[in-house]
Design a protein around this ligand. Sequence first.
Ligand SMILES: [Zn+2]
Ligand SMILES: [Zn+2]
Length: 120
Amino acid sequence: MPKKMTPRRVEQYREQGAIYERFNPEGRLHIVCPQCGGLVLLCDSLSRMERKDVAQVAAKDSAAAVERLKTMLPCGERQAKAIVLHLRREGAGCRHCGAENPRGALLCAQCMSVNLDWDF
Ligand SMILES: [Zn+2]
Ligand SMILES: [Zn+2]
């Protein structure tokens, strides 16, 4: 368990039942973001190039990236938005708190937010 997991956060992380009532991931790989409670699909069916493409669109226009994702994945507006929201900008820190994390780190060590590195 990461050092920064406070008892309150551990409690929040256990409260995931409500998320699954709103959305059924149907066996697709996903993670529930410990920071915001959003359900983020990991999109393992997308190729590296497809992910990079989405990340590059998102860097300029996140609404366009949401639309692009919806054409690539069987996912709705809410799931596509959650994914785009968690994409880390190239060379930037955590998308929530700005802390620097190793490239490819799925969770920020400071705030436990999910970060997706899709631009490489
Ligand atoms: Zn989040
Ligand atoms: Zn963070």
